[in-house]
Design a protein around this ligand. Structure first.
Ligand SMILES: Cc1ncc(COP(=O)(O)O)c(C=O)c1O
Length: 431
């Protein structure tokens, strides 16, 4: 697709954005460039690439032609100016923060996050001298009060894993604007087909591409997408972007690259020095997945709504947390921010509590007992004893992953077959 192409719709862009027929062979599908180094034309060309004066390939830790198509595709689908693909969703979160943070700085983050992210933010980032302040993002006053002079970003998930709670992105974006910091949104569960955080005021989006974007449970990956709208030079908060950067011979990223500053920093410093690059094989698999994203998300949402509705009416179930249900406290918000559906992920409470939940995950047949989401296959897990195990009971409750909660990622199978499977599983678990 050429750069001056007219504005195409999501369904067209998910197949074409960033890709051209291979100029050498004419291959129509993006090839897997299983390659590390790239031959320079001459010494001047090499120097220009290292000086970031010319765009091109140097070494696959920085970028690779297959990975580069993935970056352009996801940036286009999110409505951003650039993207940095990396090895996992967790790597994306660290890469997203690196240009912003220094020792002593903090981020204000939602309590409703994937359990691994809660641990990464509450424990591991302390080793960099960074701190995360956990706040209920439905309490705007608390979010605002948590921000200090040392706050460098606000972070949340658009649709939170596991409880499917939808964050009020426009309200949180307003707080971020007032505080002069970027709003970073993890859009893994929603995907850009269901929600486009930049349209609601977010500045940066991160994904675990491991989930719905790759879609088949084959490939780990992450990506950081920049909207290009944040003014890094408006204050002295972001010296790595607005001041001479010693890690790149004094380059002033924002002054030199304007809206592309954050993305180029992600490649030139983040990937170069931390090294979590995405493999070309995984980028290829993820590109294949993205080609059918809209179709899959429609079916994930349709199946999830049907199954959540059935569960809600079953007497063995205490409650269902799914933003697509009219009974959800965030139903209206979900309709506004994710008008095409509330994704395929949700939780429910089983009346038999902790033991019944553990039995249910063993008794189902079609559902796989797996710590993943966004697969074509339906997946089930008891979060409190697995993905959210490292959290305190209070943190588990706040994240929507209490002891009597089961999380399901509804796949693309026949919804009636899935209901029958849950029905027999619940019967077995409760007798
Ligand atoms: C919402 C969300 N963000 C981030 C991650 C981390 O992604 P990865 O497992 O690719 O590192 C996950 C993983 O489950 C997730 O569900």
């Amino acid at each position: 697709m050429s750069d001056d192409a007219p504005k195409y719709s999501f369904e067209t862009l998910q197949i074409h954005a960033g890709a051209q027929p291979d100029p050498t062979t004419g291959a129509r599908q993006t090839p897997i460039y299983q390659n590390t180094g790239y031959v320079f034309r001459d010494a001047d060309h090499a120097a220009a690439l290292f000086n970031l004066q010319e765009v091109g390939f140097i070494y696959s830790r920085l970028t690779n032609p297959t990975v580069s198509v993935l970056q352009e595709r996801v940036a286009t689908l999110e409505g951003g100016v650039g993207a940095t693909a990396c090895s996992s969703g967790h790597a994306a979160q660290i890469l997203a923060l690196l240009p912003l943070m220094g020792p002593g700085d903090n981020i204000v983050v939602s309590t409703r996050l994937y359990g691994g992210t809660v641990t990464q933010f509450s424990q591991t980032i302390k080793r960099f001298g960074w701190e995360a302040k956990f706040v209920d993002f439905d309490d705007r006053g608390a979010v605002s009060r948590a921000c200090t002079k040392k706050t460098k970003a606000i972070f949340c998930e658009a649709i939170a894993n596991p409880g499917g709670h939808v964050t009020d992105l426009p309200a949180i974006a307003k707080i971020a604007e007032r505080k002069g910091v970027p709003l970073i949104v993890d859009n893994t569960t929603a995907t850009p087909y269901l929600c486009r955080p930049f349209e609601h005021g977010a500045h940066i989006v991160v994904h675990s591409t491991t989930k719905y974007l790759s879609g088949n449970g084959t490939s780990m990956g992450g990506i950081v997408v920049d909207s290009g709208t944040f003014d890094w030079s408006a204050s002295d908060k972001f010296p790595s972007l607005s001041q001479p950067e010693p890690a790149y011979h004094g380059l002033k990223f924002h002054e030199t690259f304007g809206p592309l500053a954050y993305t180029l920093h992600g490649h030139a410093i983040g990937l170069r020095d931390l090294g979590p690059c995405q493999s070309p094989q995984n980028a290829f698999q993820t590109l294949l997945g993205i080609e059918t994203l809209s179709l899959r998300m429609e079916r994930h949402c349709e199946n999830a709504l049907k199954i959540a509705t059935w569960l809600e009416n079953d007497e063995r179930i205490e409650s269902v947390s799914y933003a697509g249900l009219k009974s959800s406290p965030v139903f209206r918000r979900a309709r506004k921010l994710c008008p095409k559906g509330a994704s395929g992920l949700f939780t429910f409470k089983v009346k038999g509590g902790y033991e019944a939940c553990r039995k249910l995950v063993e008794e189902v047949n079609i559902f796989s007992h797996v710590a993943n989401l966004g697969d074509t296959r339906s997946l089930i897990i008891h979060s409190a004893s697995t993905t959210h195990r490292q959290l305190s009971p209070e943190q588990q409750e706040a994240a929507g992953a209490g002891p009597d909660v089961v999380r399901v990622s509804i796949g693309l199978e026949n919804a009636d077959d899935l209901i029958a499977d849950l029905d027999q599983g619940l019967t077995a678990a409760l007798t």
